[in-house]
Design a protein around this ligand. Structure first.
Ligand code: ZN
Ligand code: ZN
Length: 136
């Protein structure tokens, strides 16, 4: 099975994911912009059991998303990089932002969500599955 590794900025938190993501796409919501500090986020969704943290200590931050779901972000205690996320609306799924992967060349976003909030400079790929708000 294909394996991919990743780490936070300082390198203390490391992880390994096995197999293909359940889904992957770009999110243009404000929360993702705040979390990443970037114009939009590319997110990979894995089953919990596909993701193994290998080293480092994380702290967590819980907040309520637009959808009303409760989200938890796990970030490196030392450098603050967000490494893993969970969402009460997606039981058993761990999310990763693409930036923590060591080699993200396999990533192929399938969708864009919250395109209604996309920044003017961001070009949306119209060939993908796109949603003005969240999915469902
Ligand atoms: Zn770190
Ligand atoms: Zn988002």
């Amino acid at each position: 099975m294909e394996k991919h590794t990743g780490k936070c900025l300082c390198g203390e938190v490391t992880y390994e994911v096995s197999g293909e993501p359940v889904s992957q796409g770009n999110c243009h919501c404000i929360d993702c912009r705040k979390n990443t500090g970037a114009g939009f986020a590319t997110i990979l969704f894995f089953k919990e059991e596909q993701v193994v943290q290998l080293s480092g200590e994380t702290s967590s931050f819980q907040y309520k998303a637009d959808s009303g779901n409760s989200k938890i972000k796990l970030f490196c205690q030392r450098c603050g990089s967000f490494v893993f996320g969970t969402n009460s609306g997606r039981e058993g799924i761990t999310t990763l932002y693409v930036g923590t992967l060591d080699d993200a060349s396999f990533v192929k976003p399938q969708f864009n969500v919250y395109t209604s909030r996309a920044l003017p400079y961001v070009k949306i790929d119209e060939s993908l599955n796109n949603f003005e708000e969240g999915r469902q």
